[in-house]
Design a protein. Structure first.
Length: 286
């Protein structure tokens, strides 16, 4: 393996924080002229594992196109320190800020915050914080959710479904009630704390003020014969456009890969992502 091939390999490392280390994977930008930086923020709970394959493919493709891509496993997730039960929404946002600072020191060019599902909520909040630091951030959303409350309700339904299927006769309170009473709940192998549930439930996909001509790329995967955006996208997209963001929204063909752990792939999503970010840099996608 020559030096250029070795330099192109992803670099795994642990990022120190005040509450343990976070596992990170950095894909260095390839080529003589870096096109930008990309920070990836992963989805919630098991969706992190379901999406690893597609995210890895996209990260490698972006690196080949000249973008330095940083992936981070947040507190209690993946290979990072802590348990899921320890996680809070502010702690995850703090992790995202630390990851951004690292990327600022190890990359160059325009900044993209790439979020998947619930990760889009973190990306939007991080973009707001960066606006206060006078660093504009472009946003790349994969299958975004309009509100954390929507994501939370979907997750809690997994617990309700398991209680019905298991004919649970222990008379446990509904998960939402248990959380409201300050009790953690176990759902699909994850212990959800009241603090994380509160933070997620309060999160909204709101556009940061003063976007400074920043761009939002909103991409959805559709299994329809003619891919179309979900009706739920209409209102948030109108809000972002009204706030002055340059919005590009598109639906592409592909499976709902975030719902299953398997070999599902969506090559059209990778191509659409490369084309969208290349529009900003002016460099044709590979």
């Amino acid at each position: 393996m020559n030096l250029s091939e070795r330099a192109a390999l992803p670099q795994a490392f642990f990022l120190p924080t005040g509450s343990g280390q976070r596992f990170c994977l950095f894909h260095p930008a390839q080529g003589a002229a870096p096109q930008g930086r990309v920070l990836y923020l992963h989805p919630f709970a098991e969706e992190l594992n379901s999406t690893r394959r597609m995210v890895a493919q996209q990260a490698r493709a972006l690196a080949r196109a000249g973008y330095g891509v940083l992936q981070i496993d947040l507190l209690g997730c993946g290979d990072s320190a802590g348990d899921f039960a320890d996680a809070t929404w502010p702690a995850w946002l703090s992790d995202a800020q630390l990851a951004h600072r690292w990327l600022a020191e190890h990359g160059s060019g325009p900044l993209w915050l790439w979020g998947m599902r619930a990760g889009t909520l973190l990306a939007a909040q991080l973009a707001s914080l960066l606006q206060n630091e006078s660093e504009p951030a472009h946003l790349l959303f994969w299958q975004p959710v309009a509100s954390g409350q929507q994501m939370l309700q979907q997750f809690l339904r997994l617990r309700t479904a398991s209680q019905w299927l298991g004919a649970n006769n222990t008379r446990e309170p509904p998960p939402a009630q248990a959380l409201a009473q300050g009790q953690p709940v176990d759902i699909a192998g994850y212990t959800l704390s009241p603090a994380l549930a509160q933070g997620l439930g309060d999160a909204r996909l709101q556009p940061p003020a003063l976007p400074q001509a920043a761009r939002l790329v909103w991409l959805e995967v559709s299994q329809q014969e003619t891919p179309t955006l979900s009706p739920a996208a209409d209102k948030p997209l109108a809000t972002w456009r009204a706030a002055g963001w340059q919005v590009q929204a598109q639906a592409v063909s592909g499976p709902a890969f975030w719902q299953t752990v398997g070999p599902d792939e969506a090559p059209a999503l990778i191509r659409a992502t490369l084309a969208a970010v290349a529009t900003l840099s002016g460099t044709p996608p590979p």
